[in-house]
Design a protein around this ligand. Structure first.
Ligand code: GSH
Length: 213
């Protein structure tokens, strides 16, 4: 059986978990925190979560894991080369130009670390560019990838989860208001029973993490 390493606070872990649930693929969750220890880097070379254990070995990096799952259990990604390339372009834009810049404020907004002054100036214009690119690339619905619910919707949902919360806290900036069509799609993702179960586990894990020790 597939083993998914990570823990439910992680937005990337939750992307893979939701994809597996949506596809009805059996998997086991193995609790793991990011770690630079040799033992964990043997599984996930950058020490990040998630990683996936399959019969032949380990796979890390969320988009690569999603590709692998889709190859085994198709149905949630475009099938023609150009549409696949455009879908990957959209996912890359969300990761590199929305999630990653917003991540520079995660320590402060989620865990009370001091604000990163350089990030305060740099992040907002970076995310503005990412949102403009997303707007340009997103089709006309009803889902991000077109006619049907796909990995793109899953990727977007967990990209915007923390990024939205954090940028709101730091800049009082509602990034979803900038992309209302995407916001409407994410509302539909949120309403799915699978998403609700992933989100409930995330909330419980977050509450445990924040609880006074
Ligand atoms: N590019 C990676 C990002 C994964 C990632 O950043 N995971 C976080 C947890 S949400 C992590 O492991 N952080 C620890 C670190 O960056 O060392 C992916 O797509 O899986």
């Amino acid at each position: 059986m597939l083993k998914l390493y990570g823990f439910p606070v992680s937005n990337y872990f939750n992307m893979v978990k939701l994809a597996l649930l949506e596809k009805g693929v059996a998997f086991e969750e193995v609790t793991a925190r990011p770690s630079q220890k040799d033992e964990f880097r043997a599984r996930s070379p950058m020490g990040k979560i998630p990683c996936l254990e399959v019969a032949e070995g380990f796979i890390s990096e969320t988009d690569v894991i999603l590709d692998y799952i889709e190859a085994l259990h198709p149905g949630h990604f475009p099938t023609t080369p150009f549409a696949q390339a455009k879908a990957r372009e959209l996912m890359r834009v969300m990761e590199l130009y929305i999630e990653l810049p917003a991540r520079r404020h995660f320590g402060h907004a989620l865990f009370g670390a001091p604000i990163n002054q350089a990030a305060l100036e740099e992040v907002k214009p970076a995310v503005e560019k990412g949102l403009a690119a997303l707007k340009q690339l997103a089709g006309s619905g009803p889902w991000l990838g077109g006619a049907s619910f796909s990995l793109l919707d899953i990727y977007a949902y967990y990209t915007f989860g923390y990024a939205g919360m954090v940028l709101n806290k730091v800049y009082q900036w509602d990034i979803l208001a900038e992309v209302p069509d995407v916001a409407a799609i994410l509302d539909k993702v949120k309403a799915r029973a699978t998403t609700q179960s992933v989100d409930a586990a995330q909330q419980a894990a977050l509450a445990a993490l924040m609880a006074p020790k």
